[in-house]
Design a protein around this ligand. Structure first.
Ligand code: HEM
Ligand SMILES: *[C@@H]1O[C@H](CO)[C@@H](O)[C@H](O)[C@H]1NC(C)=O
Ligand SMILES: *[C@@H]1O[C@H](CO)[C@@H](O)[C@H](O)[C@H]1NC(C)=O
Ligand SMILES: *[C@@H]1O[C@H](CO)[C@@H](O)[C@H](O)[C@H]1NC(C)=O
Ligand SMILES: *[C@@H]1O[C@H](CO)[C@@H](O)[C@H](O)[C@H]1NC(C)=O
Ligand SMILES: *[C@@H]1O[C@H](CO)[C@@H](O)[C@H](O)[C@H]1NC(C)=O
Ligand SMILES: *[C@@H]1O[C@H](CO)[C@@H](O)[C@H](O)[C@H]1NC(C)=O
Ligand SMILES: *[C@@H]1O[C@H](CO)[C@@H](O)[C@H](O)[C@H]1NC(C)=O
Length: 508
């Protein structure tokens, strides 16, 4: 309890920072971290936490907390402190179970958010989801374009090899002992991978896993059972008296058990693991600069979309998330673009919906966030800025309001369709004829790359509405994000991809 309280104080102090909406990378990281989801993600991947599936030890075809933690360690293990190369950069070359962990993250990378940041979030969510401490997250990892050198220790190696591997990764011998204990408090050894250690038929869980410490939770049973001689950790006790694969024994006992004894305190175990797992995910190539810690935003705006609706009006959609659910009156206000009808915020709307955000991480931080959904028709003109009033207090993005920079060209998610291909519909104001309407797609393979522009053409099958004409174009339905452009009278107008409500999915 005391540990939690101190954590919370530190958090609240750091909360405001220099944040200003929109900050696409921060916004996406914050959403995935604290809510486990992003606005409007396709159904199959609505929720990163749903893929994690709690802290269940069964191998549900690759969504266990243990696999996410191990996956991140393996990716990071390529770091070489001597020349600054490698680290958490998606250069992992994996097979087997870890491929499944990789697949869990596959829908999330986009123009702003790289795979390796999602991998890092996976460690934070898996740790706290198993009852472990809150690991701090920074963002801005950059994916490597090719696989890194193999760097992962194997259990048959010598103690000297382990010490050298961890030194290269940036950890002392004591830190190595603690980090291995922090990793091996979850998950276990799998029969398909180590049949000599886990004989077939020795089934504790699906996939023949023998847990390292008998508990699926992130706790220090891995330490206490080791010290009192009751451990089931196959990397300590070996098989049939053969200690070749007893890597945990070699590591844990390498300083005469001093470090393990210090970790017998649950508080020390939790704080040591929070620090070391944080350093593990922050181990990146030396030419990558990470952001500050991603704190929960007190006022979080997401999923902002202005577009012609079905009945000849413009519609504004967005969500507002607050960190506590105590507000009684929450109102959206806006000023129209030419400041005539809605000049002084006289135009307003109430939420259409609200839902509590309950994730292990916000629970551990003592927060009870609530998310309001707004979907409001806009009268005759368009919106220039919007802001909120929460129980009489104005929330206006630090003074400037939340700006809708332009309304000449707008993506229309409600009319875009996903089938064998993705048909993108854009609305262009009917007071001029654009010389070109197009998208620049960012496609995801192993990394996210910009690909060739695709033109959209006037679509006569969609009747003009709300002062807009509609343009459409079809793109092969691979996972990608895009920015939308219109050239009008020699000017280029852009609606930029920002958050994931624009992402189609080949799986939905
Ligand atoms: C000397 C260094 C290490 C060695 C030799 C080692 C070895 C192993 C082995 C042999 C397994 C069983 C894998 C399987 O059956 O498929 C395993 C599992 C695991 N390792 Fe390590 N490991 C080391 C360090 C670490 C570190 C530093 C972490 C993370 C902080 C970590 C996290 C995990 C996790 C979470 C699992 C369980 C995976 C699951 O149940 O699916 N390991 N490790
Ligand atoms: C998991 O894998 C097994 C064996 O490959 C398969 O029979 C089962 O349907 C899979 N379960 C899920 C939830 O995908
Ligand atoms: C001990 O285990 C290792 C790794 O599985 C194996 O290579 C070795 O032959 C075994 N030694 C004995 C004496 O069984
Ligand atoms: C460390 O602890 C292990 C497990 O209890 C024990 O087998 C070993 O003898 C201890 N080593 C030392 C140097 O105390
Ligand atoms: C960092 O350096 C590596 C190796 O020289 C290079 O491949 C990579 O593109 C660089 N990354 C950045 C973000 O500069
Ligand atoms: C607003 O949200 C509603 C409900 O999800 C959806 O049907 C509609 O297409 C959205 N409109 C815009 C402009 O995004
Ligand atoms: C898209 O439109 C531009 C301008 O009209 C044209 O120059 C370009 O060739 C078109 N691209 C494709 C792929 O058709
Ligand atoms: C543009 O749309 C508005 C509103 O639907 C309509 O009144 C106007 O006639 C349209 N202008 C043109 C040039 O089509």
């Amino acid at each position: 309890m005391i540990v939690r309280f101190i954590q919370l104080l530190v958090f609240v102090q750091l909360v405001r920072g220099d944040y200003h909406w929109p900050s696409p990378l921060i916004d996406q990281l914050e959403g995935l971290l604290y809510e486990g989801k992003q606005e409007g993600l396709p159904d199959r991947v609505v929720d990163l936490l749903a893929q994690l599936n709690g802290c269940i030890p069964q191998d549900n075809n690759g969504s266990t907390a243990a696999e996410w933690i191990r996956f991140a360690y393996h990716d990071m293990a390529t770091h070489n402190i001597d020349d600054g190369t490698g680290g958490l950069d998606n250069s992992i070359n994996v097979g087997g179970d870890l491929e499944a962990a990789m697949f869990d993250f596959i829908d999330f990378p986009n123009k702003y958010l790289f795979y390796s940041d999602v991998t890092a979030i996976g460690v934070v969510l898996a740790t706290v989801g198993c009852g472990g401490p809150v690991v701090a997250l920074r963002g801005g990892r950059i994916d490597a374009s090719s696989a890194g050198p193999p760097g992962v220790p194997t259990p048959d190696q010598s103690l000297d090899d382990f010490i050298e591997s961890f030194r290269k990764q940036g950890f002392t011998q004591e830190e190595m002992i603690a980090l291995v204990a922090c990793g091996h408090t979850v998950g276990g050894v799998h029969n398909p991978d180590f049949p000599t250690l886990v004989p077939p038929g020795n089934i504790q869980f699906e996939d023949n896993i023998v847990l390292f410490d008998g508990t699926p939770q992130f706790d220090n049973a891995i330490v206490t059972q080791y010290l009192d001689g009751t451990t089931d950790d196959l990397l300590v006790i070996g098989a049939n008296g053969n200690s070749t694969l007893s890597s945990d024994l070699r590591v844990f006992s390498s300083d005469g058990n001093v470090t393990m004894q210090s970790l017998a305190s649950p508080e020390n175990f939790a704080s040591t693991c929070a620090t070391l797992l944080g350093r593990m995910i922050d181990t990146v190539p030396s030419n990558v600069t990470l952001t500050d810690g991603i704190q929960p935003l007190p006022v979080k705006v997401a999923g902002v979309q202005l577009a012609p609706g079905q009945d000849d009006t413009l519609v504004l959609n967005l969500t507002l998330r607050l960190l506590s659910n105590t507000a009684r009156q929450v109102t959206l206000h806006w000023a129209d673009r030419d400041s005539t009808t809605c000049a002084s915020g006289t135009c307003s709307a109430s939420p259409t919906n609200s839902a509590l955000v309950t994730t292990p991480l916000v629970g551990a931080l003592g927060l009870s966030p609530i998310k309001y959904t707004f979907s409001t028709p806009i009268a005759d003109t368009s919106i220039g800025t919007f802001w909120f009033e929460v129980d009489g207090q104005v929330e206006n993005n630090g003074g400037s309001g939340y700006a809708i920079e332009q309304d000449r060209v707008l993506f229309v998610p409600g009319r875009s369709t996903l089938g064998a291909s993705f048909t993108i519909v854009a609305a262009v104001r009917n007071d001029s004829v654009p010389s070109r309407v197009y998208i620049n797609p960012y496609q995801r393979d192993t990394i996210v790359i910009r690909t060739a522009s695709v033109n959209l053409t006037l679509d006569a099958s969609i009747p003009p509405a709300a002062g807009y004409n509609f343009y459409s174009g079809s793109v092969f339905a691979q996972d990608f994000t895009f920015d939308l452009f219109a050239e009008i009278d020699g000017m280029i107008y852009e609606e930029e991809f920002r958050d994931t409500h624009w992402i189609p999915s080949e799986f939905s």
